[in-house]
Write a new protein. Structure first.
Length: 488
DNA sequence: TATGATAATTAGTAAATTATCATAGCGTCTACTT
């Protein structure tokens, strides 16, 4: 089969991008495939292409509703109408209709949560699934343990659907992430297609400041100097708002804020304004970025350190998709690692909470809502509790369940702490940052780039806006000319 | 709520301890479903 010919015929591209052909060949020969390809290499073609050749349907598990929506629209733009996203955007009637006519669609997008709905599973069992795709598969490792536990149940779902041929796609993957994906999905004999995670056109820069004030002034200074557009990442919504306010007050740029505390409409508006160059800078939390396809982002600043290297890589990877020089700057003030530690601890129930909970359970108090409130469990904490309570329903060995629960929490906390330690270690590292970063992802640096990192030396003027004074002078002149014209 | 500057206290005439007050930064991310 001449794949290039088919590519030209169906998609209009003359050739494949790096990795695409390997993935497609592997899938077409019926092998489960884990593809780690950098963003912007057209990952959707990896399932779109085989989908056209396979007789059955393609199921795509996607983490965000907005991402599904985008993909569906993209498919339709390319002329593929047999595509649907089954999610809460559909009304009850629409959902009924889609489920009844499921066999008429070629590409079906679903969230992991939707796969927990019995009627959906039942309908999926009635069709032939040629390919089971997990998009942004690192979510299994990053979210599956606590934040979105349904991610960890994908393997069970896959089994129920008869272990279909599977493709897992992601942009970043350490050994641990890869193992989590393969194990959770219950895959055997997996073909791995891996491209380097290095992005040579992104300079890596870390600056240690003495306190928050210095951090603030340095960030403002850089934002005013650096070529835009750019993103500033924060670990708190409040500081994102504060710095955005400062930038707006000082008129340094057109700035927007993006975090989960804003309603859906505002979030869509801000993202659209940024995509269409109506905003220069976004002050955001980790909520921003997945599925944001903007080619010309010139800088990524980190006001706070991310919780792990994978997140850092994902976030800086949003810069320079067009291949032009871009820069990633992280600022560290002493004690900054406390914030991620607190966040990590906060999403797991504490030992005291667990002890309290099981004491109540032994006394047969099972009003869950009341237990959640009285025990002071957050939503995320309670979700973890629920999975263990589920076990308690089937098995009354409370002591045993409590012990395994405690063990789970301890292990997770340790894992999360070690992620933070690794991140801190990278910040503290005293040799080439790129080399160090690649080392974490078990790669070695092969080609030395001219604008590498703060240790190898960076020429900042490469990333600066063209002379500000010149611009203002020019506008002033036109103002004067204008005034002269109307006054004389 | 911790920190640091200044004043008050003590025993004995300089320096250490304690009290008071002003100041500041007090920090918390990520999504789906009904």
């Amino acid at each position: 089969m001449d794949l290039e010919k088919l590519l030209q015929k169906h998609f209009g591209y003359p050739s494949f991008k790096t990795g695409q052909k390997e993935v497609i060949t592997s899938i077409l020969s019926g092998r489960h495939t884990l593809a780690i390809l950098p963003t912007g290499t057209g990952k959707s073609l990896c399932y779109q292409f085989p989908g056209l050749i396979f007789p059955g349907q393609v199921l795509i598990i996607s983490p965000l509703l907005s991402l599904m929506q985008d993909q569906v629209e993209q498919f339709k733009r390319y002329g593929e109408k047999r595509v649907v996203a089954v999610n809460s955007f559909l009304s009850f009637e629409e959902k009924q209709f889609v489920l009844k006519n499921l066999m008429k669609y070629k590409f079906i997008f679903l969230s992991p949560e939707m796969l927990q709905v019995p009627v959906v599973i039942q309908k999926l069992k009635e069709i032939t699934i040629s390919l089971f795709v997990v998009d942004e598969a690192h979510c299994i490792s990053q979210w599956g343990y606590d934040f979105r536990p349904d991610y960890s149940k994908l393997g069970e779902i896959r089994k129920q659907l008869g272990n279909p041929l599977t493709l897992a796609l992601t942009a970043t993957g350490t050994r641990k992430v890869r193992e989590d994906i393969i194990e959770t999905l219950g895959l055997t004999e997996v073909t791995k297609v891996e491209a380097s995670v290095d992005r040579p056109n992104i300079a890596l820069y870390v600056e240690k400041v003495s306190d928050y004030r210095e951090k603030e002034s340095r960030v403002l200074e850089l934002v005013s100097k650096l070529r835009k557009p750019g993103i500033i990442y924060f670990s708190s919504k409040k500081s994102a708002e504060q710095i955005a306010q400062l930038l707006a007050n000082k008129k340094l740029c057109k700035v927007g804020v993006y975090h989960s505390g804003l309603d859906q409409d505002t979030r869509i508006l801000i993202q659209q304004q940024f995509l269409h160059d109506q905003l220069d800078v976004i002050c955001a939390t980790s909520a921003f970025g997945m599925g944001v396809n903007k080619e010309n982002i010139r800088f990524i600043l980190h006001y706070h350190m991310p919780m792990q290297m994978e997140s850092y890589l994902q976030e800086i990877g949003r810069a320079g998709r067009d291949g032009n020089p871009s820069i990633a700057c992280l600022f560290y003030a002493p004690g900054d690692e406390m914030l991620p530690v607190q966040l990590a601890e906060g999403e797991l129930p504490s030992e005291q909470q667990i002890a309290w909970l099981f004491q109540r359970l032994v006394h047969a108090e099972i009003n869950f809502q009341e237990l959640k409130e009285l025990g002071g469990f957050s939503d995320v904490q309670w979700r973890i509790v629920e999975t263990f309570l589920h076990q308690a329903n089937e098995n009354s060995d409370f002591k045993g369940i409590q012990e395994s629960f405690l063990k789970f929490v301890k292990e997770r906390l340790q894992v999360k702490r070690s992620y933070i330690t690794q991140m801190k270690k990278w910040i503290d590292s005293c040799y080439c940052r790129r080399e160090c970063l690649l080392q974490y992802f078990e790669e070695t640096l092969t080609v030395k780039v001219p604008q590498c990192c703060d240790y190898c030396g960076i020429e900042f003027q490469v990333y600066q806006e063209m002379n500000q004074e010149l611009v203002t002078q020019q506008t002033e002149e036109t103002w004067q000319e204008y005034l002269e014209k109307i006054l004389t």
